[in-house]
Design a protein around this ligand. Structure first.
Ligand code: SAM
Ligand code: 2KA
Ligand code: SF4
Ligand code: MG
Length: 222
């Protein structure tokens, strides 16, 4: 199986539980959604320039960096079934900690079977301002554990209210890790903190995309 890789680089992870730690990123082409705020729309275009790589060459690249945290992202990394081959290969290397950034629309059942301790999902729940909420696969919540994360990228008060509703309806704080992240530059983070305080949102983590604070927000390859 050949994978379409649009970017591969080492940086600090700007998002999720391993934020601030070095990570090696593999970004795959293409997505089935079209979020209003997507910061990687370029990677989803039909004619994007990509490198064709197989599972072994991706693994070799990862090992050559000497970095142990791996983030598979995109685009939507789980769009094609063949990604299982890569996930199996990576899961066999117990030195690696593999995170998959996925958009919440793809059925995680078949992938959760592969994922041992070394592979974790960071799954978005797409909120109203993304315009993609109707695509969410709610069954996915039953496959997530404390090794995984649900992320609510919020751009409005309506988004925050919906995030709160979903978090408590599905008891997410007791099942998995829960993150709220601002749509970059679109909402005052003070309002998110106030919302968290007003609603006693214990166990929820607010996170800003660190790489956009460190570098120019539009910069690629970081
Ligand atoms: C580009 S997506 C790729 C993975 C997958 N398609 C997804 O949406 O989870 C990676 C992460 O970046 C987040 N993201 C995209 N654009 C953003 C923005 N403008 N501000 C904050 N987060 C953003 C997404 O919500 C997702 O959590
Ligand atoms: N530094 C950095 N950290 C990230 N964490 C998740 C990313 C993504 O685009 O999925 C990302 C990214 O693009 N850059
Ligand atoms: S699902 Fe992810 S890659 Fe696809 S449009 Fe939304 S943010 Fe962008
Ligand atoms: Mg990103």
């Amino acid at each position: 199986m050949e994978y379409k890789v649009v970017e591969r680089f080492v940086s600090i992870n700007g998002e999720g539980r391993l934020a601030g730690q070095l990570a090696v990123f593999i970004r795959f082409a293409g997505c089935n959604l079209n979020c209003s705020y997507c910061d990687t729309q370029w990677a989803n275009k039909d004619h994007v320039t990509y490198e064709s790589m197989n599972a072994e060459s991706i693994y070799e690249y990862i090992k050559s960096t000497g970095v142990r945290n791996v983030t598979l992202t995109g685009g939507e990394p789980l769009l094609r079934d063949g990604i299982s081959d890569l996930l199996k290969l990576l899961s066999e290397d117990h030195e690696l900690l593999v995170e998959i950034e996925t958009n919440g629309s793809v059925d995680l059942k078949k992938y959760s079977a592969i994922s041992g301790n070394t592979i974790s999902f960071t799954m978005d729940y797409k909120l109203p301002s993304s315009n993609m909420e109707s695509e969410m696969n709610l069954d996915n919540f039953s496959y997530l554990t404390k090794n995984d994360t649900v992320k609510f990228v919020s751009g409005s008060m309506e988004d925050l209210e919906k995030a709160k509703f979903i978090i408590y309806k599905y008891d997410l704080i007791n099942k998995t890790n829960v993150y709220i992240s601002p749509v970059f530059g679109q909402i005052d983070m003070k309002d998110i903190v106030q919302f968290m305080m007003d609603n006693h949102m214990n166990g929820v983590t607010l996170q800003v995309q660190l790489h956009k604070v460190i570098w120019e927000p539009e910069k690629r390859g970081v």
